[in-house]
Ligand binder design. Structure first.
Ligand SMILES: [Zn+2]
Length: 198
């Protein structure tokens, strides 16, 4: 980064903090920003701030939303007695694209004791409260098919089963270690259809 003016360096640095953006991409984005019309970049900056200020977590399912409850939780046509548990909002969106029409609960992470992430750091307590409070027939655990995702699924099923709710785990016709976010609709559809009791 030698030879670059300080504001350019700073911009590259900030952009590099975004997920999936390495220094090379950050540099490309920086030059794109610098060569774009000022109004376009003002619009981009404003849009980022607006989104930050207007988006919050739904107090029921913890989806990102500009209303509380979110559009899914407040939609009376949803099969409210089935709750699909996902790791993050991207996974929720992937299931939405697959045509799943139950409701969701977003954990915002998975158990990772080595990184110091325990049940109290996820929305697990809220899930238990929800199952107690709402009429829930089935909880479908749709965490990723990797070690942390599996450990989280087992932990949650041990908590919920004694409460008398049906707990299922989605099936995977794909190798362990793959990412729900990037699975196509058909695969996710099949995963829900082939779910099994846990
Ligand atoms: Zn919600």
């Amino acid at each position: 980064m030698e030879g670059y003016a300080r504001p350019v360096k700073k911009l590259v640095e900030e952009l590099s903090k975004l997920p999936g953006i390495g220094e090379k991409t950050a540099l490309r984005l920086t030059f794109h920003i610098l060569s774009s019309p000022k109004e376009d970049m003002e619009e981009l900056a404003r849009t980022i701030l607006d989104a930050k200020e207007s988006i919050r977590l739904c107090s029921i399912c913890f989806n990102l939303s500009d209303s509380d409850p979110c559009g899914i939780c407040s939609n009376g046509h949803r099969r409210e007695r089935r709750i699909c548990i996902v790791e993050n909002v991207n996974d929720l969106l992937a299931f939405e694209r697959s045509g799943f029409r139950g409701r969701y609960h977003v954990l915002h992470g998975v158990l990772a004791p080595m990184k110091g992430i325990g049940p109290e750091d996820l929305r697990i307590g809220e899930l238990v409260d929800r199952v107690k409070r709402e009429e829930v027939d089935e909880v479908i655990i749709a965490t990723n098919p990797d070690t942390a995702g599996e450990a989280t699924a087992i932990y949650i099923s041990k908590l919920l089963k004694p409460m008398g709710v049906r707990v299922t785990r989605i099936a995977f016709g794909v190798p362990m270690g793959s990412d729900i976010e990037y699975m196509d609709e058909l695969t996710l559809n099949k995963a829900i259809e082939g779910r099994r009791e846990v």
